[in-house]
Design a binder for this molecule. Sequence first.
Ligand code: FE
Ligand code: FE
Ligand code: ZN
Length: 276
Amino acid sequence: MIYLGCHLTSSKGYENMAKQAVSINADTFQFFTRNPRGGKAKEIDPGDVERYKAMAELHGFGRVIAHAPYTLNPCSKDSKIRDFAHMVMTDDLLRMEYIPGNYYNFHPGSHVGQGTEAGISMICDMLNDIIRPEQTTTVLLETMAGKGSEIGGTFEELREIIDRIRLKDKIGVCLDTCHVHDAGYDIAGDTDGVIEEFDRVIGIDRLKAIHINDSKNILGAHKDRHAVIGGGYLGKEAFRRILTHPALDGLPFVLETPQEDLSGYGDEIKMLREMI
Ligand code: FE
Ligand code: FE
Ligand code: ZN
């Protein structure tokens, strides 16, 4: 079995997210740790967290995914921007310990002309600095579309990052189906082949979560524009193969499709559950 959910609004707290998830028959979800632009995080209410945990347990939720603000850039040319990413992610990881044992996903960053090697070096310096032995959260590198100077558009780059992380049991990968397709991996046409390639380069044990998005662009477009399931170049049938792939059994699958509201995600989840 797999866990299925979507990206949810976190502004009303954890218990509210659990209620949103239950209302659309989801058993996992993703949320931004703070304003996606990187603003100050809201104070955590321990009572809210306790009510959340009770609900998550009652409804058999899988692990959930916190997403770092997507504007952070751990490998910027500007040290102030790098320091900001360091500060936000350090704080987020501390806050994650309110809900122990879950995932913290981030975009590795863009090297902005400094070169892939320099970028990877900065990302690893930051990660080695902020990942603590006592944390229960696994940090996930997201597979990227390879737009501009983005790092993480190839499995080799992610492998390179993981190789240089000291606390290896705290690091994993979240595969985004739109991103890998845009990066040039034919996840729709050759699902088995791409998963085998992931296993060969990174190791399937590192794969901890899946973002399920269709793509508005053709294979290898390096664009990153998500489409609803069946509304893009991957097509509905590809998602049946992805969601039922034996190598992905037990993982949380989270939609980040362009839905107007929660009920839109509810319909998409219903469609996917019927399909699998
Ligand atoms: Fe993302
Ligand atoms: Fe994603
Ligand atoms: Zn994306």
